[in-house]
Write a protein that binds this ligand. Structure first.
Ligand SMILES: *Cc1c(COP(=O)(O)O)cnc(C)c1O
Length: 376
């Protein structure tokens, strides 16, 4: 019998068939199996996670919430939204919770785009934007980068009557590029008010103090702005899948209409609530990241490797001049127990993205790079 039933239909619309499934950083257990390595000795610098783990009080709250998980979570996330509102100085009705902030990005696309519309984002920006736009069958408006970052004037110039949603990541992943506040604010002023802008601030905690800005003031100023943030990165809660968006009530209302029922878990809500006020933990994550950035910069300079300035907790480094370079060096690192992130799916096949780890994790990665380049 043939494996495929003769009458097997082609499932899904063409635009669904055209979606490229998201590829995450390789899990430690998988690399251990594949390369015959001890899991404890593997260093994962692939997914921009916090190398310090999570804040102790988040862990306690999470464990306490486990026993409540027989019941459905609070669908409205009352306690977490109240705490966020107090912390951010916006009404709770301006907040939308997501299972990770990726959920917010998807919600924005589902709520605001149809297959007759277009969603815009920059070349070399977060791959979930591509997926969110593709997931609703909308047209992609991919605007060429400027020095690996967003070219805001070019994005304004690319707006058409079909454009309904624009994604901007600041800092940007995977390049680490950063848009200064005045440029972003000028951009927001020029985007027509019927076009929504998602300002994705997944890495905002890692921005240098002198460059920080008050994007929530912009949410008050611009009814078409959604600011999205996450507990996955600096807060160290990536596995719990929790993030949020802030926007004025009419936009928040449509986001919540397309939000999946019970999209955030009891455990995630509890941990986020507990983590929220742990400023010391965030300060420590910031300091470790800055030190690690400097550690990698010294090593890359010594190896003669080009890398991009980054305001995130990762760095994009050029590991060769040919299209196979990223894959080759990635494999060499994997064989030495270091998981970095190939970015060929972003069109950056000569580069690798390396998340900043602890000093000792970074040292393992640097030693592996040195060993590889010494051999090749
Ligand atoms: C990691 C990341 C996110 C958030 O991911 P979640 O875990 O879904 O919150 C959002 N945007 C960018 C640019 C990211 O790199």
């Amino acid at each position: 019998m043939s494996e495929q039933h003769a009458a097997q239909p082609r499932w899904g619309a063409d635009y669904v068939q055209a979606i490229s499934p998201y590829v995450g950083g390789k899990p430690i257990a998988e690399v251990a199996r594949q390369f015959g390595l001890q899991p404890e000795r593997i260093v994962k610098l692939a997914s921009n996670e916090n190398p310090l783990g999570m804040a102790p009080r988040a862990r306690e709250a999470m464990l306490a919430a486990v026993s409540d998980s027989t019941r459905y979570p609070d669908n409205d996330g009352y306690a977490l939204k109240q705490a966020l509102a107090a912390r951010l100085g916006v009404p709770a009705t301006w907040i939308t919770l997501g299972h990770g902030s990726s959920d917010l990005l998807e919600m924005a696309a589902r709520a605001l785009l149809t297959d007759a519309d277009a969603g815009m984002y920059a070349r070399y920006s977060f791959i979930v934007y591509t997926q969110a736009v593709q997931g609703v069958g909308a047209t992609h408006q991919v605007v060429p980068d400027r020095d690996f970052g967003h070219d805001l004037p070019a994005m304004l110039a690319a707006i058409t009557p079909q454009t309904k949603l624009i994604f901007v990541a600041n800092p940007n992943n995977p390049t680490g590029s950063f848009l200064p506040a005045d440029a972003l604010h000028a951009f927001l002023r020029q985007v027509p008010p019927h076009i929504a802008v998602v300002l994705d601030e997944a890495y905002m905690e890692y921005i240098e103090p002198g460059l920080r800005y008050d994007s929530l003031a912009w949410v008050r100023e611009f009814p078409n702005l959604i600011v999205s943030r996450t507990f996955s990165k600096a807060y160290g809660l990536a596995g719990l899948r929790i993030g949020y968006g802030v926007s004025q009530p009419p936009l928040t209302d449509v986001l919540n209409r397309v939000r999946s029922a019970f999209n955030t878990s009891t455990v995630g809500q509890a941990a986020a609530l507990a983590a929220l006020d742990d400023a010391d933990f965030i300060a420590q994550a910031y300091a470790v990241n800055r030190a690690g950035q400097a550690q990698f910069a010294v090593a890359f300079d010594a190896l003669g490797l080009r890398y991009l300035p980054s305001q995130g907790n990762f760095v994009l480094v050029k590991v060769g001049d040919d299209a196979g370079a990223g894959a080759r060096v990635n494999l060499a690192l994997l064989q030495r127990g270091v998981i970095a992130r190939p970015v060929d799916n972003y069109g950056l096949s000569e580069w690798l993205r390396i998340s900043i780890g602890t000093e000792s994790e970074n040292a393992v990665c640097i030693a592996a790079l040195r060993a590889h380049f010494a051999e090749s």
